[in-house]
Design a protein around this ligand. Structure first.
Ligand code: PFF
Length: 452
């Protein structure tokens, strides 16, 4: 009773549906709608997509189950969870996660800020035929304005802080239950629109017909790294969300549902975007500017473009917001659980500090454009590289090793099959988490770090 009271005070999802929506909200983000289409375009389509799905199934789902199991077993933030289960150097894995949350959110807010700016432009009716000349310049104009970027970054961070202040069920869960269904509806509408447009068939064959020649080592590594980022794995976000789940929740079922939803959103984004790209004869390999440069040009030429642009950027903002709140929650949970701060203090202070760390990212395209960090990369690209290519896979490999080799079978299995939950595939999961995930993730990590 005492224990239940403590858990409830910390925060619990009010239902399984709420838990699924929140976790799907964390997973579905800029990674699905902004990044997946452009990296798919750059890596040649079909084969890349199939290999990405393979990574989701073999590495992503098992690690998501592992994170949720650790979280639900301890009902703690990432640092507290590893301290409770084992302590010693394992606590560093929790630390790595909290740091990653801090760092990723700092630049995530900058890119999400661009999306808010575009939503505003769309609402003002900028993407229509009267402005066809200005539209190609818009992205450059935004990147050249430090003040605009800081402004939209602050607006987006403000919204993130506001939701997280509301707490687990009143803030995170409520916001996700509202945003996710809207997001799905918009996405399905846009995907249907894509399918019936003249470029639809070409887009489908681009996305789903594999040309294995195009899948080189670099593409495989990109697909695997993206599986981590897209499913919010390797930094304790799913661990933290799992810590708000009640006993008796069927974790494998939730993890599989969330992963399937995340993959579907990525594919549907491709089905929404590529038909438009092909219909208007644009290049699928346009890179990071695909949704901010290529799509707006097309919106401004197509019938009903203003309306489609509003829907599209609303979709992007909702997706980003439901992910950014999970990033902030990881940091806030640490300060609440470990340092006994009030949620209010932790959210406001950390939100502000993360905003400050984001400032150099916001300035990295103009004021600080000539300051290079890793290679020729500016600040934003450098910390993105550091977080996605180093910290997440490193965290992921440690979480897999911890669950497969350090947590006893009795503990892991006992946590999964609580209540009436059955998990017939336990041996398969255990094999994947113990051998396959660490080996595959280690290969990605070492190769991507440029050591060979
Ligand atoms: N999964 C999010 C996306 O695809 O945009 C990004 C993300 C959120 C990564 C939360 C990590 C995380 F903990």
């Amino acid at each position: 009773m005492e224990k239940h009271h403590e858990k409830a005070k910390r925060g619990l999802w009010s239902s399984r549906f709420g838990f699924i929506m929140a976790s799907a909200g964390s997973a579905v983000g800029l990674g699905n709608i902004w990044k997946f289409p452009y990296i798919t375009g750059m890596h040649g389509g079909g084969a890349f997509v199939l290999f990405f799905i393979f990574c989701i199934v073999v590495v992503g789902i098992p690690i998501m189950i592992a994170e949720m199991v650790i979280g639900r077993h301890t009902h703690k933030d990432p640092v507290g969870a590893f301290r409770k289960l084992r302590g010693g150097p394992w606590v560093m894995v929790g630390w790595l996660g909290v740091t990653a949350g801090f760092v990723i959110l700092s630049y995530y807010c900058v890119v999400a800020g661009w999306a808010v700016d575009y939503l505003w432009l769309a609402l003002k009716g900028t993407f229509n035929s009267q402005h066809t000349k200005e539209v190609p310049e818009l992205f450059g104009t935004l990147l050249a304005s430090d003040l605009s970027q800081l402004f939209w970054q602050a607006v987006f961070m403000g919204a993130t802080v506001w939701i997280v202040l509301g707490g687990v069920s009143n803030g995170l869960e409520r916001a996700n239950k509202l945003m996710m269904p809207v997001l799905f509806l918009i996405l399905i509408a846009l995907a249907l629109h894509g399918l019936v447009s003249p470029g639809g068939t070409k887009a489908l064959s681009f996305l789903f017909t594999p040309d294995w020649q195009k899948l080189d080592a670099a593409s495989m590594l990109e697909a695997m790294g993206h599986a981590f980022f897209s499913l919010s794995l390797g930094m304790g976000a799913m661990l933290t969300y799992g810590s708000y789940a009640d006993e008796g929740t069927d974790i494998p079922n939730v993890a599989i549902t969330v992963s399937v939803m995340d993959t579907c959103v990525a594919l549907l984004s491709g089905i929404a975007i590529f038909p438009i790209v092909f219909t208007y004869g644009m290049a699928p390999a346009a890179g990071p500017g695909l949704v901010f440069k290529t799509l707006p040009i097309i919106f401004s030429q197509m019938p009903g473009g203003t309306f489609i642009a509003i829907l599209f950027f609303l979709l992007l903002v909702f997706a980003a917001l439901s992910s950014s709140i999970s990033l902030l929650e990881v940091v806030v949970a640490y300060y609440c659980d470990e340092k006994k701060w009030q949620r209010r203090t932790a959210t406001l202070v950390m939100g502000f500090l993360i905003f400050l760390l984001g400032v150099p990212s916001a300035l990295s395209n103009h004021l600080l454009a000539n300051v290079h960090f890793i290679g020729e990369r500016n600040f934003l690209d450098s910390i993105d590289l550091l977080a996605t290519n180093y910290i997440l896979p490193l965290g992921g490999v440690f979480i897999a090793i911890f669950t497969g080799w350090v947590m006893t079978t009795r503990l892991a299995r006992g946590e999964i099959v609580k209540g009436n939950v059955k998990f017939h595939y336990y041996p398969v999961w255990h094999f994947l988490i113990k051998y396959v995930c660490p080996i595959l993730v280690a290969i990605v990590f070492i190769s991507r770090s440029g050591l060979f």
